[in-house]
Design a protein around this ligand. Structure first.
Ligand SMILES: [Zn+2]
Length: 121
């Protein structure tokens, strides 16, 4: 093989590697995390792949992460819509509690999201 062939081959391998990373990254749930937003501030972020029960500071709201899904387990808001919203598991989805100004949002940790530009901050 000529020197040029090696370069083409190396480039191809690199390209396949990048493609795999992108495809893998999009399918992988482990890369997701849950953002807890109170008012306009992100007060905490939790990995979606770790089962936990989390009480939001300062408000009467508890979220539960289980099986890579998140839901509002307990809330003191009058309408209870956030609890009724059920479980979410996909990036970009969110549960909003209007009375308490709390947003529970799923985000991806991969920089791929920023490149794709699909997410509104
Ligand atoms: Zn609520």
């Amino acid at each position: 093989m000529k020197k040029g062939d090696y370069i083409v081959m190396a480039f191809s391998i690199l390209l396949v590697g990048v493609l795999c990373f992108f495809l893998y990254g999009q399918k992988k749930n482990e890369a997701l995390y849950v953002e807890i937003i109170v008012g306009n501030e992100v007060v905490d972020s939790l990995p979606l792949n770790q089962d936990t029960v989390y009480s939001v500071n300062g408000v009467d709201l508890t979220v539960k992460i289980e099986d890579k899904q998140v839901c509002v387990m307990d809330t003191g808001c009058p309408d209870g819509l956030c609890k009724a919203a059920g479980r979410i598991s996909q990036a970009g989805r969110s549960i909003i509690c209007l009375p308490q100004k709390v947003i529970v949002r799923i985000n991806g940790t991969f920089p791929v999201d920023a490149v794709a530009g699909g997410m509104c901050p």
